[in-house]
Design a protein around this ligand. Structure first.
Ligand code: NAP
Length: 486
């Protein structure tokens, strides 16, 4: 640990933020945060219990009427100040994410830019919450459609993008006039705590943003979700947990947004620009060490270009630098924890057992942390587990196809539908693919699709609702229609 790392970690709050006060958990419980590159504890923070959860929701409920009544411009200006502060402190936030999550610094810096952009985007959207005024077709009445903040909201975020998954929810919620309680993942609470301190500095009133860090996620969340004062649950994480949260939300008919798992196909047609496809493949697969819901999970490559594509990606993968994310030039950091390492190892072993060819990698690396070698598998047989499950690691798994119909059928052969990638130089084929793929998002000749101005979200078991874009703020607004005489 360098002096800069140590002093940065000391600036991060280690308590819960409830009603504008930083406080310990009521029962004094704490939670250790580890650097996955070394396995060492880097900070210990408060671990909320049920009582703290209730206090955080109390605070959000109390702060709601005043925040909802705050002029939209004022809400937007606080978000805009937060954007400026985050941009000024980009290096600190990037380093913090690398320390608690392991991703290379270049990836963390990209995430700060992406995460900050939600603050700027929704600072602008706050002032554009528009309604509608009209006359009914019978000419007997006038209709007014208006949008209102949905109310106190509970936000649950995952560890893989500690900053951006938080700002993608917090910014639209606050812009809409909602108050929030956020619960970050237990492995990466530091970024959210540091961000909450920044929001205070930007002028956010007490109680509008409350933070619960906890190692008891289920126990703390259940009473919050079943509390009738809660009006919205927004979750990003695995499909299994999302499904169980939907069950908890059902009795109260709680409004939900669910950003869940993916199993993205990456289709390379015979008429693709292969240079672009190889570049896109490296981004779509290895960004964030393969631990992104948008990671390409299944490479589906036309048989006529499969050899060349496999040779070229293998060469690029063999040249990748693995190491602690803080080191210069590192492209692949550690996986988040031992469970992730076990899962990736199991999926690769299963594919090889069933007949896949291991072109490179395929092993854990003995470096003290949870490192897995970047891997390429070709000739992956139908029935390999990694075709059905999210790999969530640096493993590129490839199959081939002969016809467009076959490619589409293979791409759609999953219960998920978050994102798909397709490479073709044919406009006509591109247009057919837009219509035929079952997906919420499509990268057509691009390997990274995330952008604050676009509606991010999935179909099928990848979720409900959209984050970002003009759509994102409506997840936190409810529509009211008023009839008046003509
Ligand atoms: P996860 O295990 O589902 O956890 C996500 C969050 O939910 C964490 O804060 C976790 O807290 C919390 N949680 C877990 N069980 C809970 C319960 N019973 N009640 C309340 N909260 C609970 O997912 P993950 O491993 O952190 O994240 C990876 C998954 O997220 C992948 O499937 C990925 O595809 C998905 N993801 C989706 C998107 C998207 O936009 N669609 C974006 C990023 C990631 P603890 O840390 O304490 O367990």
């Amino acid at each position: 640990m360098t002096d800069r790392e140590t002093s940065l970690l000391e600036t991060v709050p280690d308590q819960l933020l409830i009603a504008g006060e930083w406080r310990d958990a009521a029962d004094g419980a704490t939670l250790d945060v580890r650097d996955p590159a070394t396995g060492k504890v880097i900070r210990t923070v408060a671990s909320a219990g049920v009582e703290d959860g209730r206090a955080a929701l109390d605070a959000a409920c109390e702060a709601f009427p005043a925040w909802a009544a705050t002029p939209a411009r004022e809400r937007g200006e606080i978000l805009r100040r937060a954007f400026d502060l985050l941009t000024e402190r980009a290096d600190d936030f990037a380093l913090l994410m690398t320390l608690e999550m392991g991703k290379p610094l270049s990836g963390s810096q990209g995430e700060v830019t992406y995460g900050a952009e939600f603050l700027r985007w929704f600072s602008e959207e706050a002032a554009r919450i528009q309604g509608r005024y009209g006359t009914n077709p019978e000419g007997t009445g006038r209709t007014i459609v208006s949008h209102h903040p949905v109310g106190p909201s509970y936000l649950i975020t995952p560890w893989n993008f500690p900053l951006a998954m938080a700002t993608r929810k917090i910014a639209p919620a606050l812009a809409a006039g909602c108050t929030v309680v956020i619960k970050p993942a237990s492995s990466t609470p530091l970024t959210t705590l540091a961000f909450a301190a920044l929001m205070e500095e930007a002028g956010l009133p007490p109680g509008v943003l409350n933070v619960l860090t906890t190692s008891e996620s289920r126990a703390v969340s259940e009473p919050i979700i079943s509390d009738p004062r809660l009006r919205k649950l927004s979750f990003t994480g695995s499909t299994g947990v999302g499904s169980s949260l939907l069950e908890q939300a059902a009795p109260g008919i709680l409004r939900t947004s669910m950003e869940l798992g993916g199993n993205a196909p990456f289709v390379v047609f015979e008429d693709a620009d292969l240079d672009a496809a190889v570049d896109g493949a490296m981004q779509a697969k290895f960004r964030n060490i393969g631990q992104a819901c948008t990671s390409a999970n299944r490479f589906i490559v036309h048989a006529s270009v499969a050899h060349e594509f496999a040779d070229r990606v293998t060469e690029r993968v063999q040249a990748m630098t693995v190491g602690r994310g803080t080191e210069d030039g590192v492209e692949i950091g550690p996986l988040i924890d031992d469970d992730a390492l076990d899962k990736v190892s199991r999926l690769v072993a299963d594919a090889v057992d069933k007949g896949a060819t291991l072109r490179t990698g395929g092993e854990r690396l003995d470096r003290g942390g949870t490192f897995y070698a970047p891997t390429v598998l070709t000739d992956v047989p139908d029935g390999a587990d990694l075709l059905a499950e999210e790999i969530f690691g640096p493993v590129l798994a490839m199959q081939t196809f002969d016809t467009e119909d076959q490619a589409v059928a293979m791409a759609n052969d999953t219960e998920f539908g978050l994102v798909a990638y397709a490479y073709t130089e044919s406009l006509a084929r591109g247009q057919r693919i837009i219509d035929r793929l079952e997906t919420g998002m499509l990268g057509l000749n691009v390997g990274v699709i995330s952008n604050a101005s676009a509606p991010f979200g999935g179909v099928k078991m990848s979720g409900l609702g959209r984050e970002g874009g003009a759509e994102g703020i409506h997840e936190y607004l409810q529509t009211r229609y008023t009839m008046t005489p003509a």
